[in-house]
Design a protein around this ligand. Structure first.
Ligand code: ZN
Length: 191
């Protein structure tokens, strides 16, 4: 990303919205915005292969592995405004399992780009399925979209839910129900 050019564009934007880009609080804003966009879209330059190489372990198990409440922060591609929430991932491996922190990094890899929640959910599921040649994968995501909350319909508390189920999570009702039960259990410290 050409940081200098992006900063210049943000400066233009500030002028168009009626701001004075030379006032004290805004002087370094174009550079800050350029930097933050570079980070928030850095997923485009990261590959799942990079993330997972060296972190796939052989294990003879066909138990379900579930990681709940992974934080998600992304930008909607329609308004370039944030959407954020939580993601739950489950998979049944055939022989391969993934280091647990890598699941969260796969989420970030796809979240740090311009997205729609449906596609984000599918891409995460597909990446895990393909990386592990898993028997099945399920991903459920619940997010709040600032483009809905701050503008448009201004629905402050609406939560958008999306899910993607592949392999046995798709074909077997029992497997899918086991996953849904595991992610909807109350947290231990919920009281
Ligand atoms: Zn939007």
């Amino acid at each position: 990303m050409d940081q200098k050019r992006v900063a210049e564009l943000i400066r233009e934007l500030l002028i168009e919205i009626g701001e004075d880009p030379n006032r004290e609080g805004l002087i370094r804003t174009p550079e800050r915005v350029a930097k933050s966009y570079e980070f928030l879209t850095s997923g485009c330059k990261t590959s799942v292969h990079e993330i997972t190489s060296g972190a796939i372990f052989e294990q003879d198990t066909n138990n379900m592995i579930v990681l709940r409440d992974i934080e998600v922060y992304s930008l909607c591609e329609h308004h370039m405004l944030p959407f954020f929430g939580r993601c739950h991932i489950g998979y049944v491996s055939k022989k391969k399992v993934l280091g647990v922190s890598k699941l969260a990094r796969i989420v970030d890899c796809y979240a740090r780009r311009l997205q729609i929640q449906e596609r984000l959910t599918q891409q995460i599921a597909r990446a895990i399925m393909d990386t592990l040649h898993a028997e099945g994968v399920g991903v459920v995501m619940e997010c709040q979209h600032l483009c809905m909350m701050m503008r448009g319909v201004q629905k402050q508390n609406s939560l958008m839910n999306t899910s993607s189920v592949l392999g046995s999570f798709h074909d077997s009702v029992a497997t899918r129900n086991e996953f849904l039960a595991l992610i909807s259990k109350r947290r231990v410290n919920d009281g």
